[in-house]
Design a protein around this ligand. Structure first.
Ligand SMILES: Nc1nc2c(c(=O)[nH]1)N[C@H]1C(S)=C(S)[C@@H](COP(=O)(O)OP(=O)(O)OC[C@H]3O[C@@H](n4cnc5c(=O)[nH]c(N)nc54)[C@H](O)[C@@H]3O)O[C@H]1N2
Ligand SMILES: Nc1nc2c(c(=O)[nH]1)N[C@H]1C(S)=C(S)[C@@H](COP(=O)(O)OP(=O)(O)OC[C@H]3O[C@@H](n4cnc5c(=O)[nH]c(N)nc54)[C@H](O)[C@@H]3O)O[C@H]1N2
Ligand code: SF4
Ligand SMILES: [Mo]
Length: 717
C-alpha cells in the first residue's frame, strides 16, 4: 500500500482506531517515505488536536507485512493452519454451525463480539445471533471493561452514558476526583483538560495504589489498598456529612434513599477508614474538604474500582458521594467513567450484550422485544431469551451439553480474559472455533477457521466516544486485497444459513435500520444522520428524530421512574482473594501508554515496541530486596491459577503490599495467567484488579517471554 492509494475522503479524516477518546486524525503521506501513509492529528472538540503515540503510529498496522490476506483453515484438530478460499472457509463455518446446532440445539452456537466494533457491526452481530442463529449465547469483551460502571450508572442515574457531559466542561469545575483511572497513560490528550483545571486554581485528586503519571499530576494522591474503594468512598462521605459539606437542599430535591446511606457512613470514621484502606485519616479529611468545598466538581471512575468482584458497589459508593455533595446533574459537575475501547460506549447500546436489544432495549421486556422484532420482520416469540455473560458463556465452551461452535470477532481472549491457562483448554475443546481478525492473534492461532478482516481505515461506520458523541469512521484507503469487513462476513454467513434477505453488509443501510430499531429506546439514535455527524462534529445521544441531541442528559431530571437519582446503601466487602502466607502480595493489572490491550495491533509497531518492549512487574524496591529480586531481572509470579514470567521494574512509590503487571502480552508473560475468575454478582465483570500472588527471582528467562515483536507470519507462543 502506498500514500498514493489514499481515497479522497482521507482528506476529511477519521478517528484513531484505539481508545474511546477517538482522537480525530487523518492519513497523510509519510514525510520520510512518501510511498507510505502516516497519521496526522486534526482538530476536533474532544482531542483538540492532541494524539498519543499510539495514534501517531496507527497507520503502521494498516501497512504491516504481517496482516492476514487469506482465510486459514485447520483440516482437523492438531493440524496446522493452511490458506483457503473464502468460499471454502465460509462453507466450513456454516457446516460447523449447523452440525453444532443439530447436536446441541440452537444455543450450541455462540458469538463473542468486541467493544472496538462500529455501532453498525455491534448491531449486526446481535441481530445475527438472535435471528440468524437463534442462539441466546452472545456477549462481548465490554463485559471485561464497562459492565460495572454501566450497571451502577443505570441503577443510580437511570442511564448508562460514560461521561454525561462534553470533555470541554471538565476545566470549568473547581475540583476533580479520579478513582482508579490513569488517563495520563490511557488517554493522554485528556490531560490537557486537567491541566487547564489546575491552571485556573482547581484541584485534582487521584486515588490509585500506584503513584502513576496521573497521580504525579495531582494536587493530592490517595494510595488505597487494592479492593478497598467502597470503604474509601464511605469514609469520604462520613467526613462530608460530619463537616456539613453535603448539599441537603439538592438531596431533598433531586435524590432518594439518602437516609440509609447517611446511617451507614456514620460508622466510617476516618481512623476506621484508614485501617481498612491504608489511606491516612488526615488525607481522607483533606480530600473530602477539597471536593466538598468546590462549588463545582466531578468524580470520575476508571477500571481500578470497576474491575472487581464488587465493582458495581464501588462505583455506586462514589456516585453516593457525588450525589450527597450535590454534584450530579448540574452544569460543570457530575459523575463519569472513562469508557475504554474505541466504541466501548456504542458497542454496549445496540445489542451484542447478552441481555440487550438495540437502543438499550432489554431482551427480557416483552414491549422491547415487540418493537425490535417488528423492525426485523420476525415474530417476537422467536427471539431467544437473555443469555449468559461473557465469562459464563466461555465456561460453557466445550462443556457437556454446552457450546460447540464459537465465532469471535474483535477480541483476543487468550491474552485478555482472566485465567487464560484454563480458558485455552476450553476453547481447544470446541468442535469449531472461528476468529475474524486482521492479524493472527493468540486466539486466532488456535482457531479452526481464521478470517482476515479489514481494518478501521478500510471500512466506514459510526462510533460513539466516551462523551456519548456519535462520530464518523470514514473509509480512507482501499481494503487490502483478500480481506472482508465483519459485516460482509456476517452477511455471507446469513446468506448461507438462508436468512440473507434480512441482512445487508452496507454500513449506511445498517445504520438506517439501527435508527429505527433504537427509536424510542434509552439509546435513541433515530435523529442522527451521517450528514449531521459530519456537519456538527458528532451528535450526542439520546437523539430522537427531529431533536438536537443531548450533551448533558441529567440537567433537568434523571431518567429514572421518579425522575430522581437513587442512593444505594453499599458497604465495604473484602475482596474475593486476599493475600495469605502462600500468596502474600496483591497483584493488580492494567495498562502502559505505548501498548494497546492484547497488543495484537500495537506489538506490531516498531516505535511502540521500542518504548515498551515487554511485560514487567512493578514492585517496591524495598519489597524486592527482601525477596532477593534485582532490578531488571526475571521474576516468577505465581497465583492459584498459574505462573507468569516477567522482568522486575523497581518503584519507590507503589504500595509495599502490591505489584502491578500490564496485560498487553501473551505467552509466559501474560498477566492473565494469574488473574481469577471471580465475578461481580451484578455486572459479571471479572476481578482483573485484585488477586493474590507470590513473587520470586526466576533465574534464567526463556527467550520467548521477551519476544514482544512478532515477526511476519509467526504464531505467538
Ligand atoms: N495505552 C493504553 N490506553 C488505553 C488502553 C490500553 O490498552 N492502552 N485501553 C483502553 C481501555 S479498553 C480501557 S478500559 C481504558 C482503561 O483506562 P484506566 O482505567 O485508566 O486504566 P487501567 O490501567 O486499567 O487502570 C487504572 C488504574 O487503576 C489502578 N488500580 C488498580 N487496582 C485498583 C484498586 O483496587 N482501586 C483503585 N482505586 N485503583 C486501582 C491501577 O493502578 C491503574 O493505574 O484505557 C483505554 N486506553
Ligand atoms: N489482566 C487484565 N486483563 C484485562 C484488563 C485489565 O485491566 N487487566 N482489561 C480488560 C478490558 S477493559 C478490555 S476492554 C479487554 C480488551 O481485550 P481484547 O478484547 O483482547 O482487546 P483487543 O486487543 O483490543 O482485541 C481486539 C482484537 O480484535 C482485532 N480487531 C481490531 N479491529 C477489528 C475489527 O474491526 N474486526 C475484527 N473482527 N477484529 C478486529 C484486534 O486485532 C485484536 O486482536 O481486556 C480486558 N482484560
Ligand atoms: S489511543 Fe486514544 S488517546 Fe491515543 S491517539 Fe488514539 S484515541 Fe487518542
Ligand atoms: Mo476496556
Amino acid at each position: 500500500m502506498t500514500g498514493a492509494l489514499a481515497l479522497p475522503e482521507a482528506a476529511l479524516g477519521s478517528h484513531c482506531p484505539y481508545c474511546a477518546l477517538q482522537c480525530a486524525m487523518r492519513l497523510v503521506p509519510d514525510e520520510q517515505d512518501p510511498t507510505r501513509l502516516a497519521a496526522s492529528a486534526r482538530d476536533f472538540p474532544s482531542n483538540r488536536g492532541g494524539m498519543c503515540r499510539k495514534g501517531w503510529t496507527a497507520a503502521e498496522p494498516l501497512q504491516s507485512p504481517d496482516r492476514l490476506t487469506t482465510p486459514l483453515l485447520r483440516d482437523r484438530k492438531g493440524a496446522t493452519l493452511r490458506p483457503a478460499s473464502w468460499d471454502e472457509a465460509l462453507d466450513r463455518v456454516v457446516a460447523g454451525l449447523r452440525d453444532a446446532q443439530a447436536k446441541g440445539g440452537p444455543d450450541a452456537a455462540a458469538i463473542f463480539g468486541g467493544g472496538g466494533l462500529t455501532n453498525e457491526k455491534a448491531y449486526l452481530l446481535g441481530k445475527f445471533a438472535r435471528i440468524g442463529l437463534g442462539t441466546r449465547n452472545i456477549d462481548y469483551n465490554g463485559r471485561f471493561c464497562m459492565a460495572s460502571a454501566a450497571a451502577a450508572g443505570t441503577r443510580a442515574l437511570g442511564l448508562d452514558r460514560g461521561f454525561p457531559f462534553p470533555l470541554s466542561d471538565l476545566p470549568e469545575a473547581d475540583a476533580i476526583l479520579i478513582v482508579g483511572g490513569n488517563p495520563a497513560e490511557t488517554m493522554p490528550p485528556i490531560m490537557q483538560y486537567f491541566d487547564a483545571l489546575k491552571a485556573k486554581g482547581g484541584r485534582l485528586i487521584v486515588s490509585d495504589p500506584r503513584r502513576t503519571a496521573t497521580a504525579e499530576a495531582a494536587t493530592l494522591h490517595l494510595q488505597p489498598t487494592p479492593g478497598t474503594d467502597a470503604a474509601l468512598a464511605n469514609g469520604l462521605l462520613h467526613v462530608a456529612v460530619r463537616d456539613r459539606l453535603i448539599d441537603e437542599g439538592y438531596i431533598a430535591a433531586r435524590t432518594e434513599g439518602f437516609e440509609a446511606v447517611r446511617r451507614l457512613v456514620a460508622s466510617w470514621w476516618p481512623d476506621r477508614t484508614e485501617r481498612v484502606t491504608g489511606v491516612p485519616a488526615r488525607l481522607i479529611e483533606q480530600a473530602a474538604h477539597m471536593l466538598g468545598e468546590a462549588p463545582n466538581a466531578y468524580v470520575l471512575t476508571g477500571r481500578g474500582p470497576e474491575q472487581q468482584s464488587h465493582g458495581v458497589d464501588n462505583v455506586l459508593a462514589f456516585i453516593n458521594l457525588a450525589l450527597a455533595l450535590g454534584k450530579v446533574g448540574k452544569l460543570h459537575s457530575g459523575w463519569g467513567t472513562f469508557t475504554g475501547q474505541g466504541n466501548g460506549q456504542g458497542g454496549r447500546e445496540h445489542g451484542q450484550k447478552a441481555d440487550q436489544l438495540p437502543g438499550y432495549r432489554m431482551l427480557a421486556n416483552p414491549e422491547h422485544r415487540r418493537h425490535v422484532a417488528a423492525v426485523w420482520g420476525v415474530d417476537p416469540d422467536s427471539l431467544p431469551p437473555p443469555g449468559p455473560s461473557a465469562m459464563e458463556l466461555l465456561a460453557q465452551c466445550g462443556a457437556e451439553g454446552g457450546i460447540r461452535a464459537l465465532i469471535v470477532l474483535g477480541a483476543n481472549l487468550l491474552v485478555s480474559a482472566p485465567a487464560v491457562g484454563q480458558l485455552r483448554e476450553r476453547l481447544e475443546s470446541l468442535d469449531l472455533l472461528v476468529v475474524g481478525d486482521p492479524f493472527l492473534s493468540e486466539t486466532a492461532a488456535i482457531a479452526d477457521v481464521v478470517l482476515p478482516v479489514a481494518q478501521w481505515a478500510e471500512e466506514e461506520g459510526t462510533m460513539t466516544n466516551l462523551e456519548g458523541r456519535i462520530i464518523l469512521r470514514r473509509r480512507m484507503v482501499q481494503p487490502a486485497p483478500g480481506v472482508r469487513t465483519d459485516a460482509e462476513i456476517v452477511k455471507a454467513l446469513a446468506d448461507r444459513l438462508g436468512h440473507g434477505d434480512r441482512f445487508t453488509a452496507e454500513p449506511r443501510a445498517i445504520f438506517e435500520e439501527l435508527r429505527r430499531a433504537s427509536a424510542g429506546g434509552l439509546a435513541d439514535y433515530s435523529g442522527v444522520t451521517w450528514e449531521r455527524i459530519a456537519a456538527e462534529d458528532g451528535v450526542f445521544w439520546p437523539c430522537p428524530e427531529g431533536e438536537a441531541g443531548t450533551p448533558r442528559p441529567f440537567l433537568d431530571r434523571f431518567p429514572t421512574a421518579s425522575g430522581r437519582a437513587k442512593f444505594h446503601r453499599v458497604d465495604h466487602r473484602v475482596t474475593a482473594e486476599e493475600p495469605d502466607s502462600d500468596y502474600p502480595l496483591f497483584l493488580t493489572t492494567g495498562r502502559v501508554m505505548a501498548q494497546y490491550q492484547s497488543g495484537t495491533q500495537t506489538r506490531r509497531v516498531a516505535a511502540l515496541n521500542e518504548a515498551e518492549p515487554a511485560a514487567f512487574c512493578e514492585i517496591h524496591a524495598e519489597m524486592a530486596r527482601t525477596l532477593g529480586i534485582r532490578e531488571g531481572e526475571p521474576v516468577r509470579l505465581t497465583s492459584r491459577r498459574g505462573t507468569a514470567l516477567v522482568r522486575a521494574r523497581f518503584s519507590r512509590s507503589i504500595r509495599m503490599d502490591t505489584v502491578f503487571v500490564p496485560f498487553h502480552w501473551g505467552g509466559e508473560a501474560c498477566a492473565n495467567l494469574l488473574t481469577s475468575t471471580y465475578l461481580d454478582p451484578v455486572s459479571r465483570i471479572p476481578e482483573f484488579k485484585v488477586c493474590a500472588v507470590r513473587v520470586e527471582p526466576a533465574g534464567a528467562m526463556p527467550a520467548t517471554a521477551d519476544a514482544a515483536m512478532l515477526p511476519a507470519g509467526t504464531a505467538p507462543a
